[in-house]
Design a protein around this ligand. Structure first.
Ligand code: BGC
Length: 740
């Protein structure tokens, strides 16, 4: 693969030199971000993006229109050589511009938790904590800073479009991309991704939300047909997208690999046209996931606007279909208009690309701050944490790589760590943020010693000799892969057990992309969920361990006791004979080969455990602090568009902290809903002893259900219960209200 890539680069460089003619020169002028033609009427930035797009559309030839609706290849993609590759920026792909009209190329990069492919391009990118970690902050402002940082680093590296914005709901926690998404609740996930996108686009990059929709497992992602009822689809997976799109207004929506109710996502008229473009009035463009386009006429009619990364369907075949009248010109124009509109709306025309040096220090600072807000304290017996500098004299740091770094999530989300060349696809990548060094730096005068865990006897001996043992464990996950179970791999459960047997003052720090099971939970004193903690993860963990930061993160997904309690105790995975038939890039006859029935319907995440009365290991919304909070005085005031839920939160402990105060609602019994849903929250900063009145406005849309008969959302009349508290299973305040 590596070899192929070098060969390809060599060839394209040679092509660039030998072609060197009008097109390449013209395109490369825009590529370097020189002033674009200012005198065209559509360059007037006072006009709306719609007006400007319409003006440009009128000027375009058929060939120019076709150029705007497909990609020109991705470095290394399927071992192919792409003739225009020399115009690319080293990212996941690009769309040609129209130089004579001042329309720039769209240069795209994956950027889930940071900008991808920096190593191959000799660049540097910050790794933020994973997306699931950012959801554990429950903080729209942190989501905004997350997006702004990625937007800035994309621009610095010569890109003007992100392929981040993963929003698939955690319906199947074994999904290897859970770390790229924002958890199991649609309102939390949608709110956070919307804020991320809003701030990312403010940096003048086209934003993206993906993978639309129900791409909720990786196993057989190109072959699976996700079967799900319309109401469940609307109220779960689609709701997260809808909220994200309303808040963030992304320029692009990426349709996914899988099929939904029979039709592939990228040719699914219900999803792309009926829901996205008509009901939600989405004005941007639909871009296919890489190789997820399967047809010309059907995809175009369904609402796919742009094929990536190639032109297999939307190149010559689309042109021919238009010429033969099989695809109406108006339909092609709609695709093109949408691409142009997003270019104007995001500002990439008015602010041409200009490279700069990534602000490394600023990135590290933001990454650490987000990590500190995302770490969830799951257990803290007898106040083992924060570590007391006056009492603790010796610390054992245990765990493979805990001396060197912390693990990161793989696949197209992978950010390359500084000091290394590009990792192979699905390699385990450890960021050079060393827990051992970070803890030692916080503990001058203490003995801080390390054991990898490889030698059980030596590890147990070290734990026994130390006042405290801190065990760093990991669960690696990636795109193109699902976990077969939620256990920690590589005998790490046994390692924790041995350490905890040697020293009950054992603290486990989990680096994971999803939930993990914890057979050792009763034996250890402390547990921190640190997720994939990014470039500065170790400093963030150390700040929490020593109490320089008071933990405030809360789980954006349930941690079940075991896989047996999941809606699907066994994941539905395809047999080998079912794979490859509808593989990436297959055209025409591509058909899904197996089905996953999401028959848990509305009962996703905590809604499942609530409805089925299944106890969990740690509930959705749970997270401890070094202080404590009390809740009182709940008042619910119905209004026209929203309810006002007011209550008081008091910091009853002796440290300042930030409490994520959660509000849930139970809908009227005959609405046929799970027992409760999250409808709002507020993150409240409180000094020791301080009280604050908190007001959460609950949009009536969040109290509504999808009525299949009328194909619309309705708020059912009847008796509602509003509940407030510190987790989905700790809701001390309840008030019933009858709503008409
Ligand atoms: C992934 C997308 C990604 C694209 C481009 C696909 O395999 O599913 O999330 O943006 O590749 O790298």
């Amino acid at each position: 693969m590596k070899k192929l890539r070098c060969l390809r680069l060599g060839l394209t460089a040679a092509l660039a030199i030998s072609l060197g003619g009008a097109t390449s020169f013209a395109q490369s002028r825009l590529y370097e971000g020189e002033e674009s033609a200012k005198d065209h009427p559509w360059m007037n930035s006072k006009l709306s993006a719609d007006e400007r797009a319409e003006m440009v559309l009128k000027e375009l030839t058929l060939d120019e229109k076709i150029d705007l609706v497909h990609g020109e290849g991705m470095p290394g993609w399927a071992g192919k050589v792409f003739p225009k590759a020399y115009l690319g920026n080293g990212g996941a792909g690009f769309v040609l511009g129209v130089e004579r009209l001042g329309i720039p190329m769209i240069q795209m990069s994956d950027a889930a938790y940071g900008v991808r492919s920096s190593a191959d391009n000799g660049r540097y990118s910050t790794a933020l904590p994973s997306n699931i970690a950012s959801a554990a902050t429950w903080d729209p402002q942190a989501a905004c800073e997350y997006g702004a940082l990625i937007g800035r680093e994309l621009r610095a590296q010569g890109y003007n479009m992100t392929l981040g914005g993963g929003t698939n709901i955690t319906r199947e926690p074994r999904n290897g991309r859970t770390f790229e998404y924002l958890g199991e609740d649609p309102i939390l996930a949608g709110t956070l991704v919307g804020n991320r996108i809003k701030c990312e686009q403010a940096q003048h990059v086209i934003g993206d939300i993906k993978h639309y929709a129900v791409n909720d497992q990786e196993s057989g992602r190109n072959e699976v047909n996700a079967v799900i009822g319309k109401r469940a689809l609307q109220e779960t997976d689609l709701l997260a997208f809808h909220i994200g799109i309303e808040i963030g207004n992304p320029g692009a929506v990426m349709c996914s690999y899988n099929a939904i109710n029979g039709d592939y996502a990228c040719e699914n008229k219900y999803l792309l046209t009926e829901v996205l473009k008509k009901a939600w009035k989405f004005k941007g463009f639909v871009v296919s996931d890489w190789g997820a386009t399967h047809s010309v006429v059907k995809a175009s009619a369904a609402g796919l606007d742009n094929e990536e990364p190639e032109d297999i369907d939307y190149g010559e075949p689309l042109k021919k279909a238009v010429q033969e009248g099989k695809v109406p010109v108006a339909e092609l124009d709609d695709h093109v208009r949408r691409v142009l509109r997003s270019e104007f709306a995001s500002g990439i025309v008015d602010y041409p690309r200009k490279r700069s040096v990534v602000d490394v220090e600023r990135g590290l600072e933001t990454s650490r701050q987000v990590a500190e807000q995302s770490i969830v304290l799951l257990k803290n017996d007898k106040g083992v944490l924060p570590l007391d500098r006056a009492k603790v004299r010796s610390i054992a740091i245990v765990g493979t790589h805990a001396d060197e770094g912390m693990i990161s999530g793989g696949g197209s989300a992978q950010v390359d760590p500084p000091g290394f060349s590009a990792p192979a696809w699905k390699a385990h990548v450890w960021f050079p943020t060393s827990p051992l060094k970070a803890v030692a730096a916080k503990a001058p005068g203490m003995s801080v010693r390390f054991a990898s865990g490889a030698d059980p006897a030596a590890t147990a001996a070290l734990a026994q000799q130390s006042d405290v043992a801190i065990v760093f464990v990991h669960q690696w996950t990636s795109e193109d892969f699902d976990l077969s179970n939620l256990s920690l791999p590589d005998n790490q459960d046994a390692m924790i057990d041995q350490v905890a047997s040697a020293n009950p003052r054992t603290i486990v720090v989990i680096e994971s992309g999803s939930a993990v099971t914890m057979p050792w939970i009763d034996k250890v004193s402390g547990v921190l969920e640190a997720w994939y903690a990014g470039s500065k993860g170790a400093d963030a963990v150390a700040n929490i361990l020593f109490g320089d930061v008071n933990p405030s993160g809360k789980l954006p997904m349930t941690f079940p006791r075991s896989e047996a309690d999941l809606p699907h105790p066994r994941e539905v995975i395809p047999s080998p004979s079912m794979l490859g038939k509808a593989a990436v890039m297959a055209t025409g006859e591509a058909k899904p080969t197996f089905e996953v029935h999401y028959d848990e319907g509305l009962k996703v995440g905590y809604k499942w455990y609530d409805a089925e009365k299944k106890p969990v290991l740690f509930p959705f919304g749970f997270g401890l602090s070094y202080t404590s909070y009390s809740y009182s005085d709940l008042k619910v005031k119905p209004g026209k568009q929203s309810m006002t839920v007011t209550f008081t939160v008091k910091n009853t402990g002796s440290r300042a902290g930030a409490e994520i105060a959660e509000v849930y609602a139970a809908l009227p019994a005959d609405a046929g809903e799970p027992p409760k849903r999250l409808v709002g929250w507020s993150k409240v900063k409180l000094q020791a002893g301080e009280s604050k009145e908190v007001t959460v406005n609950v949009d009536s849309a969040y109290l509504s259900i999808f009525d299949e008969a009328s194909d619309s959302w309705k708020m059912p009349p009847g008796s509602y219960s509003f509940m407030a508290g510190g987790s989905s299973q700790d809701l001390p305040l309840v008030q019933n209200v009858t709503l008409k």
